[in-house]
Design a protein around this ligand. Sequence first.
Ligand code: AQP
Length: 332
Amino acid sequence: SPRVLSGIQPTAGSFHLGNYLGAVRQWVALQETHDAFYMVVDLHAITVPQDPAQLRVNTRLAAAQLLAAGLDPERCTLFVQSHVPEHAQLAWVMNCLTGFGEASRMTQFKDKSARQGADRASVGLFTYPVLQVADILLYQAHEVPVGEDQRQHIELTRDLADRFNGRFGPTFTVPKPHILKETAKIYDLQDPTVKMSKSASTPKGLINLLDDPKATAKKVKSAVTDTDTVIRYDVENKPGVSNLLTVHSTLTGTSLAELEERYAGKGYGALKTDLAEIMVEFVTPFKERTQQYLDDPETLDSILAKGAEKARAVAAETLALAYERVGFLPAK
Ligand code: AQP
């Protein structure tokens, strides 16, 4: 079956609603139909300063949340990126194929380095997209399930796969992004024109799945909408309401048309009250399941160890081929 690969950073502790709806939810669905590889990308996390003890805690926490969200180690390969050294090894090769100007055009780097102050941004942050290229190509992934913000990085991956294949002979599968239109971009609840994000959102605009459910309900109820009262899906003119409708529709499996009908003639208050309840019903068991995995670190670590072993078998084969193609003398 076709292969998918994706990753999530262990930087923030809790996943936010954007991570879940944009990415993780798709991962859970795709493990049923695809040969799926999912990882906690700790190498990516250190592109911005991390506290070592906290990084270890957050790495287990990310894995626990992925399992709580529904990843099944019998149906997918779940691992930690640094357990598979081939990621860093292939990244070096890909760095040497990437133009400086090409890397400079990555908008995520421009945004993040601007926020940190250009002098403080690390070279690692600059080459982050190239490490991501290596992550994907190592597994010969056909598709990469991500949010809209990652589209440019997948384009770079395609360009570099083509470039390598053209220069050294067919080696890598050229992957496609798997981005679901409806949930590609979940917006900040206080500023529904910018994406929900761990580093750029206001605390009130960001829904962390592990927060106190009561606080989450409050954030939903105080979400910014508009001065109109009509509940209609219209991203351009009604971004706040549309964002709430997207979340409602995805979590309950109700179509947007059905929701528009259900809330016709009712005010925003009704939508927000219902959605607050839906969110509480979603995050409460999610939190509990996450805690159950955290309470049994031995089982968690053994899932990750098995995952790393499976991942390494695939990654090592691709790396050996890439090294040979590049002209490195095999070690005897
Ligand atoms: N708002 C979002 N809507 C839809 N998808 C989103 N993703 C993130 N935010 C949204 C998707 O989540 C996956 C994992 O993201 P990540 O942890 O690798 O890091 P990120 O993209 O850096 O997440 P943030 O919160 O946006 O962090 P900052 O603020 O540091 O930039 C990815 O597939 C991503 O598309």
